[in-house]
Write a protein that binds this ligand. Structure first.
Ligand SMILES: Nc1ncnc2c1ncn2[C@@H]1O[C@H](COP(=O)(O)OP(=O)(O)OP(=O)(O)O)[C@@H](O)[C@H]1O
Ligand SMILES: [Mg+2]
Length: 302
């Protein structure tokens, strides 16, 4: 659209005829657009009725681009902020240790104390890379038929030792086959079970359920009897780097990227995630996988 308008403008320079004046204004606006001018809008006053849809659509495109660019720059600022503090701590620990001669034990202690933080930073960078890649338009899914009970069991098996250590019962019950990307489904489930275990106290329970509905959609639910999420946090917890205060007091602090990853995995499958939670009673996260039209396989109930 932009190109043809520009051509028109250059082929017929000078003052455009009255009927083409709006297109001329649009061409001038487009020519001056850059990342910093995305808050500009086409002034539709005096636009002929038949061209108004063009102005409306163009303004809506600008709003979407403006929003996407703002989110990207906030995200970059958040990344810088999240990385700066741990890097400063690691650096000052190393500087303090090197400020005078120390025993081999002290050097070892300094290296060991940084290990957890290095691991957390590595996980964060891995999560950020995953999110960046999953947003690329050409991200391909490697779908196959998955037995839901087997998938849920395998995630439970992975977390069993952690659940036992915390005195939490971890169970799975599922029927049916899901047509989806196995690696991504496991990653989404692992993030949800990790959250559930991290936010549930000793004696609590975490349950995974899955079934195929009559419509052919698959539904996977991860519920816990944990601390729950405050209503004011609920709309934000899928935002990148968002961590709620309630759970900050519980074991270990995460980066606030787990649910954003689950969300993007569901987008890749054309599905959705919904979260319901009652403070001090528990949380249930439901993943809805739709029937994939035109794909080689389908969700099946058995
Ligand atoms: N099952 C849950 N119960 C209570 N709070 C939860 C639960 N799941 C998520 N939350 C809240 O939502 C926030 C965001 O979760 P998310 O998984 O995105 O990040 P995280 O667990 O803090 O860090 P990461 O997953 O990157 O290690 C958590 O910090 C926690 O406050
Ligand atoms: Mg998490």
């Amino acid at each position: 659209m932009t190109k043809s308008l520009m051509c028109h403008f250059h082929l017929y320079p000078g003052t455009p005829s009255y009927g083409l004046a709006p297109l001329h204004r649009l061409a001038v606006l487009v020519e001056g657009l850059g990342v910093r001018q995305l808050n500009q809008r086409v002034d539709e006053t005096n636009w002929p009725e038949e061209l108004r849809i063009l102005a409306d659509n163009f303004n809506r495109l600008l709003i979407r681009l403006d929003d996407a660019f703002s989110r990207m720059s906030r995200f970059s600022a958040d990344i810088a902020h999240e990385l700066r503090t741990p890097l400063q701590i690691l650096r000052s620990e190393a500087e303090t240790t090197l400020s005078r001669e120390r025993s081999p034990d002290e050097y070892r202690q300094c290296l060991e104390s940084g290990l957890d933080e290095y691991a957390r930073l590595a996980r964060m960078v891995d999560a950020l890379l995953f999110l960046a890649r999953s947003e690329q338009a050409d991200t391909a899914l490697d779908c196959k038929q998955l037995d839901l009970q087997t998938e849920l069991q395998s995630v439970c098996h992975f977390f069993q030792a952690m659940a036992d250590e915390q005195g939490i019962s971890l169970r799975a019950a599922a029927t049916g086959q899901l047509w989806a990307d196995q690696g991504l489904v496991r990653r989404a489930l692992a993030n949800l079970v990790d959250n559930a275990l991290r936010n549930t106290l000793q004696g609590g329970s975490v349950t995974l359920r899955a079934a195929i509905q009559a419509s052919g959609n698959a539904e996977v639910r991860v519920s816990d009897s944990g601390c729950g999420i405050a209503p004011e946090d609920l709309p934000h917890i899928t935002e990148r780097f968002y961590t709620a205060d309630r759970s900050r007091q519980r074991r270990g602090q995460g980066s606030g990227l787990g649910l954003a990853i689950v969300q993007s995995i569901m987008h890749l499958h054309g599905g959705t995630m919904t979260i319901a939670s009652i403070p001090d009673q528990g949380t249930e996260v439901a993943l809805h996988f739709p029937v994939m039209t035109g794909s080689a396989g389908q969700n099946t109930a058995v």
